[in-house]
Design a protein around this ligand. Sequence first.
Ligand code: BGC
Length: 456
Amino acid sequence: MSFPKDFAWGAATASYQIEGSPTADGKGLSVWDEFVEREGKIWQGQDGKVACDHYRRWEEDVDLMAEMGLKAYRLSLSWSRILPDGVGAMNEPGLAFYDKLVDRLLEKEIAPWITLFHWDLPLALHRKGGWLNPEISNWFADYAKVVVDRLSDRVQHWFTINEPQVLLDHGYLCGRHAPGDTNSFGSVMQMGHNILLSHGKATAVIKGRAKKTPICGWAPVGSAARAETNSEADIEAARKATFSVDTANLNVWNTAWWADPVFLGKYPEEAYEQYGALAPKIAPGDMEIIHTKPDFYGANIYTSTRVRAGANGEPEWIPHPDGVPLNTYDWAVTPDSIYWAGKFFYERYGKPIVITENGIPIVEWVGRNGRVRDPQRSEFISTYLLGIERVMKEGIPFEGYFYWSLMDNFEWQWGYKQRFGLIYVDFETGKRTLKDSAYHFKKIIESDGAYIHEMV
Ligand code: BGC
């Protein structure tokens, strides 16, 4: 079975992780520009001031994407490059950067899939209360207007926000990401509600103003559970685990709290009640704004938990098998994650699936022959894609797969320690080298997916 002809074979990046040039051409600061200056926050005191220097080397980067045969590129825009204060005056050179990037991508027949927000909140807005300020969804919608008015004659695919879960947990609960806050759980839940409202209002802007018929989504963490066996009981337990909300432990790691409002128009009722006073306040009309029913279900999936039916049929989480392969982050390599997640997400939300991020950091370097041999990554990509093929055979529509990441980049609090890219970046010189996996991915793309069956 082959993948659909118009399948979006792509790779993804995020502005702060690759661009560098934090103050060039009138750019305003983001919370990340400020956070990396703080002592002890980033591994070895690294920062994203240069990163991949993509702001200056973007043409070369698009050429490399073309060489790899990518059909789509998921990029995020830096809000404070476009609106230095987050609101108000627009910075023409900032927007012009994305404008010419979009043109160049289209020239190379690579579809730009734009994410409006991948964590680099304008610092000026953070100082006004950021996600806790009730105005934030209006600020976000105004920012969306500026972008959509300029780019929607050429851009068709839109994401509003990347991973509310990681944003809130790392940025606002544990403080290991910018802005480094440690808020109460109740206020984080209210921020979460404001994030959902921001998603809703920006989606309305995109749908209402885009010149090219838009295809809208967002990219939450795709927390998934995989069934230990194919027994009905285990499958049901994994399904239940995939949509469970862990209200007892006051964390944001789940799917349903975030996706139900957007796709089904309501928070999971039981969880909402259990949170009691910690649950966000919902003003009249909020849920209608949030209930955008995106055109696809976007999910960032790297790994999954392992679940079987316990004695009473309830989900029982079990450890990964002894010796499970781990990446350099210690995340388990679990190729069937996308199969189970795709199946469960489609059953509940009824929308075609797009894998908006999937990738692996490994130990690798440029060899004496100038090549980066990374067979584990090639095998990773092929076997995760086998999961997509398997679930498509069951009639579940899949529209795209974005490898994370196009190139090695600034991996947040870990600086340059973790390499996820298809392109190796020498951070001393900026030199790029296509890894073996980039050529592997190219063959997969050229064969409409058939090459996933070849041995690495
Ligand atoms: C994020 C990326 C990040 C990747 C690997 C995702 O959570 O969207 O920005 O680099 O995971 O950690």
